[in-house]
Design a protein. Structure first.
Length: 276
């Protein structure tokens, strides 16, 4: 017979764990001294330790393995519990495979941007027309995420795949100075989606000339410092901002592909050109 401290050393199980096993009834001491309360274990109980370890390696919790130590447990009961564990493990494997697939997908989406900082110099470019579903509202800027979520859920409810780009059209000046902003959120679509009283389905107009600045945008921020920066550049180049089309901001990654606090985005300020 060994005291609990000696048995813990031999078995590799802590004294605290042995006491817990005792409470659960899966490994009770062979003898407890009534006067001192000392627990004593027999050498044969090392077999029970090995059995517990084997069950845990197979994924059984302590509660699940308790019946296996009942003296009169039947073969049918054992078989049913093993089948239940197999089913549980198969479901866990399916979940893990889905998680692994998603991590691999994240890796593939990350590869195009491995070159480093996505920011670039200011340039002037043409923006083609694009079919999109959008929702427009006058709301506090803090509710931008609610509009993004609303239009995304609407599009996916009609079978649209999840997209990596979301487009914000600032129908005010985009500076963030007003408490309430006139915001339109658009999501590119590939199929036929019906419009309703809230959601508009149409083509975003072509921009023949727009000043573009790819930057890291803080989607949690109340205002975007890139707006005054790009406006100042436009003025310095002797260009004029168009008053016919709103400022656009394109989020270049999906919500779940944000790392850190900022996300890559392209700011587009339409310019007066030949079309005007």
């Amino acid at each position: 017979m060994m005291k609990i401290s000696a048995f813990a050393k031999v078995s590799g199980i802590s004294i605290k764990t042995l006491r817990y096993y005792d409470e659960l009834g899966i490994l009770k001491p062979a003898h407890v001294d009534e006067q001192s309360g000392y627990r004593y274990y027999s050498e044969e109980q090392l077999l029970t330790v090995k059995r517990i370890a084997a069950y845990k390696e197979q994924g059984f919790t302590l509660e699940q393995l308790k019946p296996f130590f009942e003296e009169d447990i039947g073969t049918d009961v054992v078989k049913n519990k093993l089948v239940d564990k197999m089913t549980e493990l198969q479901h866990a494997m399916q979940t893990l495979q889905l998680q692994l697939d998603e991590v691999n997908s994240r890796m593939s989406r990350l590869e195009p941007s491995e070159a480093g900082d996505p920011t670039g110099p200011i340039r002037i470019r043409e923006v083609p027309s694009q079919r999109a579903a959008s929702v427009r509202d006058q709301v506090p800027r803090s509710q931008l995420c609610l509009l993004l979520d609303e239009i995304t859920k609407y599009a996916t409810s009609y079978g649209e795949p999840e997209v990596s780009q979301l487009i914000i059209l600032w129908h005010d000046d985009g500076s963030g100075n007003a408490d309430v902003a006139d915001i339109e959120i658009a999501i590119p679509i590939t199929g036929d989606i019906p419009a309703n009283g809230r959601v508009r389905v149409d083509f975003l107009p072509e921009l023949q000339s727009a000043a573009s600045l790819v930057h890291r945008c803080d989607p949690y921020g109340y205002s975007c410092p890139a707006v005054p920066e790009l406006k100042a550049w436009i003025s310095s180049q002797g260009l004029v901002q168009s008053d016919r089309e709103p400022i656009r901001e394109i989020y270049l990654t999906s919500d779940k592909d944000i790392y850190g606090k900022k996300r890559p985005a392209e700011l587009l300020i339409p310019l007066q050109g030949n079309a005007e």
